[in-house]
Design a protein around this ligand. Structure first.
Ligand code: 13P
Length: 245
């Protein structure tokens, strides 16, 4: 049985004052011990967040694939781990879009994170044009094939399916479309790592709210949600945690 995971992604939002939201989120997580709750925050907030709410899994939004070196402005997995991160997101569509990252980059970053003992949320998802062209399933299959790291297993790796056209738009795929992609993602992972695929959680992300969370997380093979905008306040995020119960 896979436990549901509700993960927030603050993206480039937040400051020290906003960490007060995490107090309420941590209390909601404690009240629902059957659900795993995590929040990825900007690198500048990891240390303060991790020490403020030690019971909540605080993570990074990205890491560099190298352990250290001349990479101005980048942050390594060792650095975020030392700051208190327990996991990192890699391959987010915004990294792919604005930093030109590829599935190969996501693969290398996932491996680097794993070497530092971090859990990983590995993102995939098609663009609107790819969906309109009927290529969504093939795009997601190819992304998983290229980015699934060595030794992938459910105790440290989670996949997040985030259709780019659904991120921050208020639009979501139909439940049938979500089910179809999660099923082909599961099948692809099974093809790559065998029966261990059944322990790998596959989250849905893209305009998840307190209103649609329960229905989306009720779909077969949807093991939780990766939440952007609605993770920025406890008032919006806690109902999503409750929707996972
Ligand atoms: P929204 O929930 O704001 O659509 O963002 C989803 C996302 O990109 C989470 O990583």
């Amino acid at each position: 049985m896979r436990r549901k995971l509700v993960a927030g992604n603050w993206k480039m939002n937040g400051n020290l004052a906003m960490l007060a939201e995490l107090d309420v989120i941590a209390a909601a997580a404690a009240a629902h011990p059957g659900v795993d709750v995590a929040v990825a925050v900007p690198a500048t907030l990891i240390a303060a967040a991790a020490s403020r709410v030690p019971t909540l899994a605080i993570g990074a939004e990205d890491v560099h694939e190298a352990e250290s070196g001349a990479y101005t402005g980048c942050v390594s997995a060792a650095m975020v781990r030392e700051a208190g991160a327990r996991f990192t997101i890699v391959g987010h569509s915004e990294r792919r879009e604005y930093q030109n990252e590829t599935s190969q980059d996501a693969w290398a970053k996932a491996a680097a994170a794993r070497r530092q003992g971090l859990s990983v949320i590995l993102c995939c998802g098609e663009t609107g044009a790819e969906r309109d062209a009927g290529r969504a399933e093939r795009v997601v299959q190819a992304q998983i094939e290229k980015s699934l790291p060595e030794g992938a297993s459910g105790d440290w790796l989670t996949i997040a399916y985030e259709p780019r056209w659904a991120i921050g738009t208020g639009r979501t795929p139909t439940l049938e479309d979500i089910a179809a992609i999660h099923a082909i993602a599961r099948a692809k992972i099974r093809q790559l790592i065998g029966a261990a695929a059944d322990d790998v959680r596959i989250l849905y992300g893209g305009s998840v709210t307190g209103d649609n969370a329960r229905a989306i997380m009720g779909v077969a093979d949807v093991d939780g949600a990766l939440v952007g905008g609605a993770s920025l306040t406890a008032a919006k995020f806690v109902p999503i945690i409750e929707g996972a119960v």
